[in-house]
Design a protein around this ligand. Structure first.
Ligand SMILES: NC(=O)c1ccc[n+]([C@@H]2O[C@H](COP(=O)([O-])OP(=O)(O)OC[C@H]3O[C@@H](n4cnc5c(N)ncnc54)[C@H](OP(=O)(O)O)[C@@H]3O)[C@@H](O)[C@H]2O)c1
Length: 290
């Protein structure tokens, strides 16, 4: 399998890169602004950089795990969010189609409005922020352009993250530095261990699955419960955790309050094991302590 991973300097992409290499697949990963040894440069906004990577590597399968993932940044810079997440997806579709390659597009539970999560694959999307709208628009482009597309939706990823971009890593770093952390008791999700997500993408590829699959953790919990679990597993001081309401956080982008994803389809059709936070956070801790 010749696998190109766009966004291999990110949390999911870097994990998937390592896991696919362990399977002896021929893998090339890309970075955009954070260079890592062994990764090639690709900016989804730059058609020349896309052509260069595709012509050099000639991928059979492409996983698009890159883009602007900072929800508040998308809200303050909607032009940038569209340029990368929507136009960037469009930019790779031509090369993928002309080579007859497969595409795995990684999407999000933020395409839903958060009134009645966790969501199944067939629930009706209705994004409430710019990030969610760009991801839904990109899903639409993928569906229109490809017959055998695979869209893998996920939620609240945690995993090894040297740049401290994801929520879980920020919480750990802040608490280790004795800073208070604020956790909303009315904001629910299904946190997802990057190792489980990566394993499920590999399984879906091996089984040549098509269509939409959710891959997320099995716990539907609020941020206050989640931060307490992080604190338990990482041995952090709980007095630093401040229970708040989502509205107290004054976040730039509106959040889907009852978000998260159901994973029955993934479990039934692939037999992938789905973990809760206790198990996933323990594995994450082992990963970063190796
Ligand atoms: N994080 C979550 O909780 C979450 C939840 C649901 C769905 N998702 C989806 O899951 C996927 C992976 O998320 P993640 O958290 O692993 O991402 P991440 O850690 O934030 O990393 C983002 C990746 O995208 C790359 N990237 C950014 N701008 C780019 C551009 N213009 N061209 C090409 N690559 C670019 C980054 O490269 P550089 O760093 O080198 O610039 C990095 O490799 C994304 O599609 C995201 O929408 C994430």
């Amino acid at each position: 399998m010749k696998l190109l991973i766009i966004g291999a300097s990110g949390v999911l992409g870097s994990r998937l890169c390592n896991d696919a290499v362990k399977k002896k697949w021929d893998v090339l990963g890309t970075y955009c602004s954070h260079e890592y040894e062994g990764l090639s440069y690709l900016d989804l906004r730059d058609k020349n950089s896309i052509a260069e990577v595709f012509n050099f590597f000639k991928p059979e399968t492409v996983v698009l795990a890159g883009g602007i993932t900072d929800v508040d940044l998308c809200e303050s810079k909607p032009g940038l969010a569209k340029e990368v997440n929507v136009d960037g997806t469009f930019n790779i579709l031509k090369d993928i189609r002309s080579r007859g390659a497969r595409l795995v597009y990684v999407s999000t539970d933020y395409i839903f409005d958060g009134k009645s999560g966790p969501y199944g694959e067939d629930d009706k999307p209705y994004p409430v922020n710019v990030y969610g709208r760009t991801k839904l628009e990109a899903e639409g482009l993928v569906k229109n352009a490809m017959k055998d597309y695979l869209i893998v939706r996920t939620a609240q990823i945690y995993g090894a993250d040297p740049l401290s971009r994801n929520f879980c890593t920020k919480i750990i770093n802040n608490m280790r530095n004795n800073k208070k952390v604020y956790a909303a008791e009315d904001f629910y999700c299904t946190p997802t261990y990057a190792g489980q997500l990566s394993a499920s993408i590999i399984k879906l590829l091996e089984e040549k699955k098509k269509g939409i699959f959710n891959s997320a953790g099995s716990d539907f919990i609020n941020r206050y419960e989640y931060v307490n679990k992080i604190s338990d597993i990482f041995g952090l001081h709980k007095e630093l955790i401040q229970k708040v309401k989502l509205s107290d956080l004054n976040l730039k982008a509106k959040r889907p309050r009852l978000s998260g994803l159901k994973v029955d389809k993934l479990e039934q059709e692939t037999g992938v094991s789905v973990y809760g936070c206790d198990e996933g956070l323990k594995m994450f801790k082992e990963d970063i302590e190796l």
